[in-house]
Design a protein around this ligand. Structure first.
Ligand code: FAD
Length: 592
């Protein structure tokens, strides 16, 4: 069922949302549950028993395990039936990604294959290209990679030097260049390679086969983590790419690359939830087993704090990811109904939510880093041992802040995209920002009202606190705003915290409406802790931004208003965290 009121991407900052308008994971149906179970069963049977062999990159093992996933249909979740898949709604695909996200290096390999590897061809390929490649990529007969990064072109991806020149007979593009950090590079048969034709200023995209003459590669990179994931440099020396293998139009490559990355980012947000839940399970089980000073370390307040915080961040990421995914799914459906071809509908459907995709990639990857870091701490000396599971989780998590666009680039992108949407009048961002400035000294009352009304009021105040900064920032920096990255980072930190808080609040409210029997108070504890933290972030990031852009006179008024806007009824975060931890400790597994 389509949610009531469709928010445009980024519009969450200016529009209130009701709990009826969002999707929460508790609403997943039987099909999604079965898919998630198949993924979990697959990890239990094929991946977890083989983690050491995978990390040692045993010859042919990763490719064999990907093929096994293909045999079970797990490579075809986004693929239409005509190409051998069983196309699932976007939300179900995300649920599968979450489940597979617990699979360490394997998760990276399967995500790269089914996501950035396969989707450029599925969404931008012509009928012939799709017919040639997609069925075999779906069955696992062929493996895929996405080749954008070069030694001199990382974050500045359009600056790549790989070149394609049309042959004299017009039948081939002759490809020359080098790609770096290519996931699945060691075994991918099919590569989407981004290169510039002649002296074009923007990239084009090509489908290249590994077996073609002139395609060579370096040995495996030696990495800090995800050691089982194949990562190679690939060289293209006078490779003859048939003209039929130009993907999309000439000069469309950069757009293809970026649009595929929006999808990669939101999917990464789901995979980190899977990884975090597994690591929390290990954390609590160890904390329950390990005894010091005559009792289980789970009984110590400092450990409870860590366990609870792991849960809060994971729960918040999960709430936000599925809320955004439903908006994306609805938008894809709407575009399809308007007559867009399926590939375009999928791409435009997600691109609308580029702001959310970028914010959630950052929030999720940093949440997972917290979870794995504190897992090592909970394990103490054993956390530093390669004999325990948290060692791998810790090393494998770090990459998430680097690939799919670094977290710095995603922070900048989120704010830049939001402001551009405002400038294009896609929604009334600047009007609301001016209003927020004018009424900044009139925060909504947040005391003496029912629980969820109070949370709604706090969130409205926090939105106003962020919005009121926009006119001052725009005025102070004008066209030079892009050079003021520190301030843009302040804004994105506030935005991501706000979006996850609002998503969590709406989820908890919906849970209470759906099921009054459930042990709901602990969800209020999660919400209270997150509310407290979001208010702190908005205050500290807002303060830093104001101190950067405003003159002395302006500063006084804004900081005073900020102080009032982040105020809320005091909660006791220590007691709230203890209750969250106690539930986790009692269940001895992630149970939220
Ligand atoms: C294990 C692994 C797997 C990967 N898989 C793939 C793959 O399959 N396909 C592929 O194409 N690529 C892949 N990558 C590449 C990855 O996407 C890049 O590493 C990433 O985009 C960053 O580029 P870079 O490493 O050149 O860092 P740089 O761009 O050199 O960045 C270095 C630092 O500077 C910061 N920085 C750069 N520009 C700015 C700016 N304008 N403002 C502020 N800070 C900035 C970055 O955030 C970062 O902190 C992979 C990388 C790794 C490590």
């Amino acid at each position: 069922m389509e949610t009531q009121s469709m928010l445009k991407g980024g519009e969450f900052l200016i529009r209130p949302v009701e709990y009826q308008d969002i999707f929460i994971p508790e609403e997943f149906g039987e099909e999604a549950r079965m898919i998630a179970e198949s993924c979990q069963d697959f990890l239990e049977a094929e991946i977890f028993p083989n983690l050491d062999r995978i990390d040692q990159q045993e010859d042919g093992l990763m490719a064999t395990l990907l093929k096994k996933a293909g045999d079970l249909g797990l490579l075809g979740l986004s693929i239409p039936e005509q190409y051998g898949g069983f196309e699932q709604p976007f939300l179900n695909v995300m649920r599968a990604n979450e489940a597979l996200g617990a699979g360490y290096s394997y998760s990276v390999a399967i995500m790269a294959h089914t996501g950035i590897g396969t989707l450029p061809i599925l969404y931008y390929g012509n009928d012939d290209q799709k017919a040639r490649y997609i069925p075999k990529l779906t069955s696992g007969e062929l493996m895929a990679a996405y080749c954008l990064t070069e030694p001199g072109a990382g974050s500045d991806a359009n600056s790549g030097r790989t070149r394609a020149v049309l042959s004299d007979d017009g039948k081939h593009y002759i490809l020359n260049g080098q790609k770096m950090w290519i996931t699945n590079g060691g075994f991918a048969d099919v590569q989407t390679v981004f290169a510039k034709i002649d002296n074009d200023r923007v990239l084009s995209a090509f489908i290249v086969e590994r077996d073609w003459e002139g395609v060579t590669m370096n040995p495996e990179e030696k990495k800090m983590g995800i050691k089982g994931s194949s990562t190679r440099q690939i060289f293209y020396n006078d490779v003859k790419v048939p003209v039929e293998n130009l993907l999309g139009k000439r000069g469309e490559g950069f757009r293809i690359a970026l649009n595929i990355l929006h999808l990669g980012r939101i999917k990464l947000g789901a995979t980190v939830v899977g990884g975090a839940k597994r690591t929390i399970m290990h954390s609590v089980q160890y904390a329950n087993e390990r005894k010091q000073f005559g009792k289980a370390i789970a009984e110590f307040g400092a450990i409870k704090h860590k366990l609870a915080q792991q849960v809060v961040l994971t729960y918040a990421t999960e709430s936000a990811i599925y809320r955004a995914s439903k908006d994306i799914q609805d938008n894809m459906g709407r575009l399809l109904a308007e007559g867009r071809p399926a590939g375009k509908a999928a791409i435009e459907g997600v691109a609308e939510y580029a702001v959310e995709c970028a914010l959630l990639k950052v929030f999720g990857s940093e949440a997972l880093d917290y979870v794995v870091d504190e897992a090592v701490q909970i394990y103490g000396g054993m956390g530093f041992s390669s004999e325990t599971p948290v060692d791998r989780a810790y090393r494998d998590s770090r990459i998430n802040r680097i690939f799919e666009g670094t977290n710095e680039i995603n922070r900048l992108l989120a704010v830049d995209t939001l402001l551009k949407k405002g400038m294009k009048n896609e929604f009334s961002l600047f009007e609301k920002a001016r209003e927020a400035c004018e009424t900044k000294d009139q925060p909504l009352a947040v005391e003496g009202i029912p629980y969820f009304e109070e949370k709604q009021a706090i969130i409205k105040n926090l939105k106003k606190a962020i919005l009121m900064l926009i006119p001052g920032i725009s005025e102070a920096y004008g066209r030079k705003l892009a050079e003021e990255e520190e301030v843009l980072m302040n804004l994105s930190d506030m935005l991501m915290q706000l979006y996850t808080l609002e998503s969590t609040m709406l989820r908890v409210q919906k849970i209470e409406h759906m099921n009054s029997q459930e042990d709901i108070l602990v969800y209020r504890d999660i919400l209270d802790v997150l509310t407290h933290e979001t208010a702190m972030t908005v205050y500290s990031s807002g303060y830093a931004a104001i101190a950067s852009f405003a003159d002395e006179e302006q500063q006084k008024g804004l900081i005073q208003a900020l102080y009032q806007l982040v105020a809320s009824k005091p909660v006791n975060p220590k007691e709230a965290r203890r209750r969250i931890a106690d539930k986790l400790i009692e269940e001895n597994r992630y149970c939220f």
